[in-house]
Design a protein. Structure first.
Length: 125
């Protein structure tokens, strides 16, 4: 771990805050706080660049899974400008988590996300 190890946890906290924001104006602000202006997000279902497209992917996830929230699964691990972590998409009603994944993020010098490489480990049938 670097001497600035909390940078990874802070970046992932901002990332999850963005993913858990539903209101459009607040979502735009949360994405701006987490990503660089030219940030990228790639997973098996999306490959987008720029804050507006990232916000659209997040909004689409909330449309597909209303009443769900993303939460950290385990701990954040990082070195240099790269961090990895697991997450779950949890139903606020009953705590079930039908979706889980694993993301790798690359940070810039201001600890904003340059890129996300996401993997889906568990998806509904």
């Amino acid at each position: 771990m670097s001497e600035k190890s909390d940078r990874y946890e802070t970046a992932v906290t901002r990332y999850l805050e963005a993913w858990n924001t539903r209101e459009p104006e607040a979502l735009a602000k949360a994405v701006a706080a987490a990503w660089t202006t030219d940030g990228r997000y790639t997973d098996p279902l999306a490959d987008v660049g720029g804050r507006e497209q990232i916000a659209a992917v997040i909004a689409a996830a909330h449309e597909q899974f209303p009443g769900f929230a993303f939460r950290l699964l385990g701990t954040v691990d990082g070195h240099h400008d790269t961090a990895r972590f697991g997450w779950e998409l949890v139903a606020e009603a009953d705590g079930s988590a039908p979706v889980a994944g694993f993301d790798v993020v690359v940070l810039d010098e201001e600890d904003r996300i340059r890129s996300v490489h996401g993997f889906l480990d568990r998806v509904p049938g």
